[in-house]
Design a protein around this ligand. Structure first.
Ligand code: APR
Length: 171
């Protein structure tokens, strides 16, 4: 089973093989953690995102793409697009699970060993924090992937940190 760690803080400061960005389908940056990563990482990240967009037309909800990390301490940024919460009847849980699953698969494809996730979709996209945390933890805990050494959940806000702490203590 993949080793799971929990941290409170700013994901742009985390030194792992890849940090995951909660992006939008245009890959052109935004607010929240997306804005923080592009600001801290510098414009090479956006330049690579533009190349991906020109090639693939962007990134669908539940999918993920990978770029370099510019000035960040991490080596790569995996950009995933979470579902916008619209009441839970539009496949949001499956799409959110896909964000975590597809980010792990991209990390394996790139022979990465450590990956840090923010709490995807729980900010601007409005996903209920506890349900999102349950999906994130369940997807990682039940992954059959053996090539990843550790996953770090990085919580920026107190509420998410408390929820993850509680859920991870129950494992
Ligand atoms: N480090 C770690 N987590 C952070 C940071 C940071 N520096 N900044 C914000 N967060 C957390 C938020 O507290 C929230 O728990 O990231 C989580 C996801 O929130 P958002 O960044 O708002 O992402 P999301 O809800 O997935 O909405 C994505 O927002 O920024 C735009 O372009 C993005 O359109 C997309 C949408």
């Amino acid at each position: 089973m993949i080793n799971i760690e929990l941290q409170k803080g700013d994901i742009t400061k985390v030194k792992v093989d890849a940090i995951v960005n909660a992006a939008n389908s245009s890959l052109m940056g935004g607010g929240g953690v997306d804005g923080a990563i592009h600001r801290a990482g510098g414009n090479t990240i956006l330049e690579e995102c533009i190349q991906i967009r020109n090639r693939k037309g962007g990134c669908k909800a539940g999918e993920a793409v990978i770029t370099g990390a510019g000035n960040l301490p991490a080596k790569f940024v995996i950009h995933t697009v979470g579902p916008v919460w619209s009441g839970g009847q539009a496949n949001e849980p499956e799409k959110l699970a896909g964000c975590y699953r597809n980010s792990l698969l991209l990390a394996v494809d790139n022979k990465l060993k450590t990956i840090a996730f923010p709490n995807v979709s729980t900010g601007i996209y409005g996903y209920p924090k506890k349900e999102a945390a349950q999906i994130a933890i369940h997807t990682i805990k039940n992954s059959i992937i053996t090539e990843i050494d550790s996953v770090i959940f990085v919580c920026y806000d107190e509420e998410n940190y408390r929820i993850y702490k509680e859920l991870l203590n129950d494992i």
